[in-house]
Design a protein around this ligand. Structure first.
Ligand code: SF4
Length: 305
């Protein structure tokens, strides 16, 4: 959960997740829809799918016991060198190198690594530096201390070198200039149009097979070839959200349900929507629609009284 996501945002999800899936076996036996539902709002859904596949493998191959060997950990879906070493260090107290955002910054400065830290040479140097430093007693305290050093002392801007406990070992002369990073890919704007169709309080949704595979989204809308009369002239909802290096503008149009594809589309009653996985940008659009519908209905009632 913590990959690409801040701790404060993760805590409520983590607690809810553990209440819903208290054991590896309970996660392994859940449906993918349940897992995606518990994850919705955190984004990067590949992590949830990997965690689900991972729990099934641990259940089948390791008898439900989480492996502690980093090589066995790396054989599990979604677990690379960093996650394997982090699990082995924090859960099993093994002295293994670790490089993440905070420790990467500390290591780049301590060892004066001038290569971009997201280049292969920069990454290699950071991992080698971490391997030189790591100590075995107790390994998890060492890694916690490195992370704390990065988040409290060796901070991104204005590092507090005057009070730094490792100052005399530090090789960098101009700490604020490190770490270096490669130029980021340009942000690509993208417009996505979807339709919102209702019958009474039932809403038409479509199962997604691409970005949010397995989740339910508002049906995609191909604007080309549509009769102008079948579509509201303006979107009823517009929002913007980031996705990898894209800036996606979501536009939702009110439309009559003249065509339903039963292979991928389904009607859901309003009360059912909370129990199915829907990605946040689409859930926000749906909630905004029902809120304004409710407000319009109560306004109409009041004006009739
Ligand atoms: S001396 Fe400064 S640059 Fe070096 S590790 Fe400490 S805070 Fe970071």
């Amino acid at each position: 959960m913590l990959q690409q996501t801040q701790v404060a945002a993760v805590v409520p999800y983590y607690n809810r997740w553990l209440r819903r899936f208290p054991t590896i076996r309970s996660l392994a036996r859940a449906t993918e829809s349940d897992v995606l539902h518990a994850w919705q709002g955190l984004g990067y859904y590949a992590r949830a799918r990997n965690l689900h596949r991972c729990s099934k493998l641990i259940d089948e191959k390791f008898g439900g016991i989480f492996p502690s060997d980093p090589n066995e950990l790396k054989s599990l879906p979604g677990i690379g060198r960093y996650t394997a070493n982090a699990i082995a260090a924090f859960a099993f107290d093994q002295p293994l190198p670790l490089v993440e955002a905070n420790t990467g910054r500390v290591l780049a400065r301590l060892f004066n690594v001038r290569d971009p830290i997201d280049s292969s040479s920069g990454r290699r140097k950071l991992w080698e530096s971490s391997a030189k430093l790591v100590c075995s007693k107790p390994a998890r305290d060492f890694q916690n201390a490195m992370m704390d050093l990065g988040s409290l002392i060796c901070i991104v801007r204005n590092p507090r070198c005057q009070i730094c406990p490792v100052r005399k070992f530090c090789r960098v002369r101009d700490p604020a200039s490190l770490p270096r990073k490669r130029k980021r890919a340009a942000i690509v704007p993208l417009i996505e149009s979807h339709r919102l169709c209702t019958i009474g309080d039932a809403l038409l949704l479509e199962q997604c097979y691409q970005r949010w595979r397995g989740m339910w989204i508002l049906p995609r809308l191909e604007l080309d070839g549509l009769k102008p009369s079948s579509l509201s002239p303006r979107p009823i909802h517009t929002s913007v959200f980031p996705f990898t290096n894209h800036r996606v503008t979501l536009r939702v149009y009110r439309q009559r349900a003249h065509h339903v594809d039963p292979r991928v589309q389904r009607w859901f009653r309003k009360e059912e929507l909370n129990a199915i996985p829907i990605p946040s940008p689409h859930r926000r659009a749906i909630n905004a629609f029902f809120t304004s519908k409710r407000a319009a209905e109560s306004h109409r009632k009041r004006s009739l009284e």
